[in-house]
Design a protein around this ligand. Structure first.
Ligand code: AHR
Length: 630
């Protein structure tokens, strides 16, 4: 895949002087770096995009590179070059450096090894926008991650394996990608969860084949006589599933059912393997290449509201689903053609400044997008939200969206929406239900990460030696942000024995309750309180009031950390009464409307979009608060 194509001095990156042309051409052809997207002469190049690919030996990665290339070709002002690291971490580290030296404006990278490439990605991100594809690196030092939900892919594959084995159960051979690599580990863990309900479904053996067809075939051929028997093979990609099938054929082991992942189109891709009856099932694993270029363009044009992480949706492919799609189901758009889209939205309530900003964002984005919004305020009551969803079903809205007050208890009503054929989109908070196919897409924050961010800041500021007594003000019990923030905070402080949570009570995310709960704790607690970790800023502000009334100085005598980064928190920080706020972005309206429109246009939706967020300490509050939207 190396070599130079379509390069002329006009198409060179601005950073490369014309005199450097010979050297660059030599580097391009010798160094495994390829240039694509021939450019009409009249179009000036505005953006040079570099793509660092882990390898070009796996069919799925070839498809990813083709997806990036095809999408980039749609933008005449974009020039696209890519490198193939041939699965060598060292080489990919050099590739990143080389691409930046060429003057790229945006880096897209699909890392060979998540941990080893983290410093390179961080280094690049300090200079230009970076999109990480497929394998996530550690931390959040990049512009955007786009990839598959590998745990979910494994879990779905496990469910299919259970179905194939039936009530009599049986044995499964697992063929893994690469030992210890995150996608391999996640698919494996998900698979085990997927078969957990069927007690007589056992994994009798495991083979590792580095994602490669030939290796799977060779390994299985060499071991097929000594391995315990198996009825189903779960291979973590289609290429290995095909290799395993060939080994079974040669060994005369017929009747084994095979499940793969990738679902690529084209000759001997997963879809054809299903059509031919070689695989019983596969799952599409979108490469994210196309989305990387689309979002890359948004980053280059400095558009706002770009998420931090996007998990793409897998689709199950079996003979039945193929027959059904061959007969062409009506696209959802057909239902709405010629009229405005109708969206039913059930909001949690109006408990906080955050919620007010979220409601405003949803209403104004709907108006801007020309979507008819039926908005119901749930008034902090799950029953009210359930009633609202039922009323949306009755009115036959096109799409239902809601932010669940609590995580559990939604199965029945979501089954009703599913039976009525109305898709459900979750915003802000997620549900905790068994059947995640009952909702289509989820956009919101990573609440666990918010809790971790708060705790990391605390540990950095207060250290690991002096005892720190913490009061935790929780949000409403059972809500996703309450569960997530608590878990993330505790996960970090667990490693520091000097931190202890001496009181933890719910203030329901209300400012007034933050005040009354803190007042009660201050009255009853004889131990010194060093820190308040509040699950939102409103409760923190209520607590600040209670602390002042007690004659103590919030921000000094007691460190105050909240979540949301609302305007009042910045004011409290500027006044020296609060120490830090972890951002939780309420501006979800534009993303929600885009997803609704994409759904109605028959496009595939991401399964999860995580909002981009930061952390704001008091030291920079005055500067940071300027121009904030909420
Ligand atoms: O679900 C988001 C949380 O709900 C916000 O952090 C809190 O302020 C709100 O009410």
């Amino acid at each position: 895949m190396s070599g130079a194509a379509g390069i002329s001095p006009r198409s060179l990156p601005r950073a490369v002087p014309a005199a450097g042309l010979l050297a660059l051409l030599a580097a391009l052809s010798l160094g495994g770096l390829a240039a694509c997207s021939p450019v009409p002469r009249q179009t000036p190049i505005r953006y040079l995009v570099g793509f660092s690919q882990a390898n070009l030996s796996e069919p799925w990665r070839i498809a990813m590179t083709e997806d990036v290339k095809a999408e980039a070709a749609r933008y005449p002002e974009m020039r696209f070059i890519y490198t193939d690291a041939a699965d060598s971490t060292g080489r990919q580290i050099e590739d990143v450096q080389r691409l930046l030296e060429y003057g790229i404006d945006l880096l897209i990278i699909s890392p060979t090894d998540s941990r080893a490439l983290t410093p390179s990605v961080r280094w690049a991100y300090a200079r230009i926008p970076v999109i990480v594809l497929d394998r996530d690196v550690e931390g959040y030092d990049y512009s955007l991650f786009i990839g598959p939900d590998n745990e979910r892919l494994g879990r779905e594959a496990g469910k299919v394996a259970s179905e194939l084995l039936g009530s009599q159960g049986g044995s499964i051979l697992e063929i893994g990608g690469r030992s210890g690599s995150p996608p391999s580990v996640d698919r494996s863990e998900g698979f085990r969860r997927g078969i957990a309900d069927r007690k007589n479904a056992l994994i009798s053996g495991t083979i590792v084949a580095d994602w490669l067809r030939d290796r799977a075939e060779d390994e299985l051929s060499a071991r097929i006589r000594t391995l315990p028997g198996f009825d189903v093979i779960f291979a973590q990609n289609d290429a290995m599933a095909y290799g395993a099938w060939r080994a079974c054929q040669v060994a005369g082991r017929t009747g084994i059912k095979l499940i793969g992942i990738d679902g690529l189109a084209g000759p001997m891709g997963g879809i054809e393997l299903v059509r031919k009856g070689i695989l019983s099932a596969t799952f599409t694993c979108p490469t994210g290449g196309k989305e990387a270029v689309i979002y890359g363009m948004d980053l280059l044009q400095k558009k706002e509201g770009i998420p931090k992480k996007i998990y793409l949706r897998p689709n199950k492919v079996t003979l039945e689903t193929l027959v059904a799609s061959d007969s062409g189901p009506a696209s959802p758009r057909d239902r709405a053609l010629g009229r405005r889209i109708v969206l039913g939205f059930a909001q949690v309530g109006a408990e906080s400044e955050w919620r007010a900003a979220n409601t405003k964002s949803i209403k104004s984005a709907a108006a801007k997008a020309g979507i008819d919004l039926i908005f119901v305020d749930g008034e902090q009551r799950q029953e009210k939200q359930i009633d609202a969803i039922r009323s949306f079903i009755k009115r036959r809205v096109d799409v239902i969206a809601f932010s669940p007050f609590v995580e559990s208890g939604w199965d029945e009503v979501l089954n009703e929406a599913m039976a009525a054929g109305i898709p459900v989109i979750l915003t802000d908070r997620t549900v905790g239900i068994k059947d995640n196919s009952l909702w289509l897409s989820f956009m919101g924050s990573d609440f666990v990460e918010e809790g971790r961010r708060a705790a990391r800041w605390v540990v950095e500021e207060l250290g690991s030696s002096n005892p720190v007594n913490i009061v935790e003000l929780q949000g409403n019990i059972g809500a996703a942000p309450t569960i997530g923030r608590k878990a993330g905070f505790e996960e970090v402080i667990r490693d520091f024995p000097n931190y202890s949570i001496i009181a933890s009570e719910s203030g329901g995310f209300f400012r007034e309750q933050g005040y009354s709960v803190m007042k009660g704790i201050l009255a009853s607690e004889s131990r010194e309180i060093d820190l308040v970790f509040s699950h939102n800023d409103d409760m923190a502000i209520g607590a600040i009031q209670a602390i002042k009334e007690k004659g103590l100085r919030p921000g000094r005598d007691i460190v105050i950390v909240g979540v949301d980064a609302i305007k009042d928190a910045f004011k409290a920080m500027a006044a020296g009464e609060m120490n830090c706020s972890v951002e939780c972005n309420p501006i979800l309206g534009p993303q929600l409307m885009k997803v609704v429109q994409d759904y109605m246009a028959g496009k595939d939706l991401p399964i999860r979009m995580i909002t981009s967020e930061g952390i704001f300490p008091a030291a920079t509050a005055r500067r940071d608060m300027v121009g904030r939207e909420y």
